[in-house]
Design a protein around this ligand. Structure first.
Ligand code: MSP
Length: 507
């Protein structure tokens, strides 16, 4: 059995989870479920980024002790994942003692190696992004993703010799063309690496910010939140000696949004090189979700869809399906109420729901709810069966490249073909000829093909819509737990009892 490690970003818990967070977490959850179905041993990590200025400020504004504030919000994230059926193996919190110990140890190691030094620094600082920024990055005096312009800061900081690792970074990207996907993000970083990237400020004076992990050799400073956060990818695995670290880290894949591309390449790879942590295998970079107005979803624009509200309104599965199907990973895309409603109506109710409803109703009507045994298959039947046979491997190949929209589209295409098959074979006409055994035998074959085809589709879609597909399986007379790449004819069996079902009822 092979191992797979997959992480989402650890989310800032200064607020409730929003749809951008849900997008990343649901993608990771869907991938993890596909990999598990295919027999991989999976470690799926998500968590909470709890230190830094942004969190301290938000707690202050909420007039709450910071620890209390992050406890409450981290719980809100865990609750949200539970509702959205996102099931990580581990939810890491950067305030955990075991994580803090790893951060201290790595700092100490880099300090002793001479990779960290103290210097006076003056620069533009974005509190929104928790990092120093350059003039070049600003548009109209601020970062596009920030509400407020950066502030000028002058203070003593510890610095990590990031620039020293630039040649190693370039060499690594050159040697691993598939490291960052989609490739345009790799090109963006290669471009950046053409010029000096500077050293990285990794501490904040305690006089200004006390909420953080102390610099082990100098209590007057706390660790910069990104240095702390990136190590949360390895601390839960028991880095450096843990069994899980040895098993899973060599298969590490990170899933991030494009706004945190630099931190996951320049910062994380150079820190990893300095500490002797092997670099991750893949960085999957997503675009941004846009509101109905075509602008990046954000609280200040109030153009977002709240994930829990959407789940309550349309169902968790419809939300998961829409997020995965609608916005191809890597690209920007609009998610609005109208978009979800349309996917729910067209893809789920009209295509998938209708296929299941009419097939089960026909088995009920013509065969008293008992699945009939198929006779000889005709060429058209065999073409569909061949598709059912190749789909699992094709789906997995797409999943490995996080092309989930394509994978889902191929499955839904199969569903639509089954609907065409119904129209083409007109079971209702076959059923009319009670006394003609060839027509009755053909009806048996058609009904069996449909119901076993639905079973295949349900298994293929289960990672995306776990609850609905479990429900569908039970109506086919099967246990709710999905199977994977079962051979044709090994799913539903003749003689099994089915029950009618409206899978996606109209609200
Ligand atoms: N705490 C850091 C990550 C540390 S990882 C070691 C952070 N947190 S965040 O909560 O601000 O963002 C987490 C993720 O949500 C990012 O990948 C970001 O791209 C994503 N999204 C935030 N808004 C988004 C959209 N509107 N659309 C899609 N994803 C977006 O950054």
């Amino acid at each position: 059995m092979t191992s797979r490690y997959l992480s989402t970003p650890i989310y800032y818990v200064n607020d409730r989870p929003h749809l951008g967070h849900a997008y990343a977490s649901i993608h990771a959850d869907v991938m993890a479920r596909y990999w598990r179905a295919a027999g991989h041993e999976v470690y799926f990590l998500t968590g909470a980024d709890e230190h830094g200025e942004k969190i301290a400020k938000a707690a202050h504004a909420a007039q709450e002790p910071v620890q209390h504030f992050v406890d409450r919000n981290a719980q809100a994230f865990q609750d949200a994942w539970h509702i959205l059926q996102v099931e990580p193996d581990r939810f890491v919190r950067t305030t955990e003692a075991s994580h803090r110990a790893v951060v201290s140890a790595v700092l100490q190691q880099l300090w002793q190696a001479g990779d960290i030094y103290l210097a006076e620094y003056e620069g533009l600082y974005s509190v929104g992004q928790e990092r120093y920024v350059t003039e070049k990055e600003l548009i109209d005096g601020k970062l596009p993703e920030d509400r407020d312009p950066p502030v000028i800061r002058r203070e003593a900081n510890y610095f990590f010799r990031m620039e020293k690792y630039r040649p190693a970074l370039r060499a690594h990207l050159d040697a691993h063309p598939a490291l960052i996907q989609p490739a345009r993000y790799r090109n963006e970083i290669l471009q950046l690496l053409e010029e000096p990237i500077g050293d990285l400020s990794i501490s904040r004076p305690r006089s200004r910010l006390s909420w953080g992990i102390p610099i082990p050799w100098d209590d007057a400073h706390v660790t910069y939140v990104w240095f702390d956060a990136l190590l949360s990818y390895v601390s839960p695995l028991g880095y450096p000696d843990g069994v899980s670290f040895k098993q899973y880290w060599p298969e590490a894949r990170h899933l991030i949004g494009k706004d945190i591309l630099r931190t996951h390449t320049l910062f994380w790879l150079s820190i990893a090189f300095a500490a002797g942590i092997p670099p991750y295998q893949r960085l999957f970079v997503s675009g941004h979700l846009l509101g109905a107005d075509g602008r990046k979803m954000s609280k200040s624009l109030s153009n977002g869809v709240d994930p829990l509200d959407a789940a309550a309104r349309y169902g968790v599965d419809a939300l998961r399906y829409t997020l995965v199907r609608e916005v191809s990973f890597g690209a920007d895309g609009i998610i609005s109420h109208a978009v979800i409603e349309q996917r729910l109506q067209r893809d789920l109710a009209d295509d998938l729901g209708n296929l299941a409803a009419r097939t089960l109703a026909m088995i009920e009507r013509y065969r008293a709810g008992i699945i009939p045994a198929p006779g000889d298959y005709q060429p058209d039947d065999l073409a569909l069966i061949a598709q059912a046979h190749v789909l699992p491997a094709r789906v997995l190949a797409w999943v490995d490249e996080i092309k989930l929209a394509q994978a889902v589209e191929a499955i839904m295409n199969f569903v639509r073909q089954l609907n065409q098959y119904v129209a083409l074979n007109a079971p209702w006409s076959l059923a009319k000829h009670h006394d003609q055994s060839d027509q009755q035998a053909r009806l048996d074959t058609v009904l069996y093909l449909l119901v076993e085809g639905i079973r295949c589709a349900a298994d293929l879609l289960a990672p995306v819509m776990p609850a609905k597909m479990a429900q569908l399986r039970t109506h086919l007379g099967l246990p709710p737990v999905p199977s994977w790449a079962l051979e044709w004819g090994h799913g539903v069996q003749p003689g099994m009892q089915v029950q009618p079902l409206v899978l996606f009822p109209k609200p």
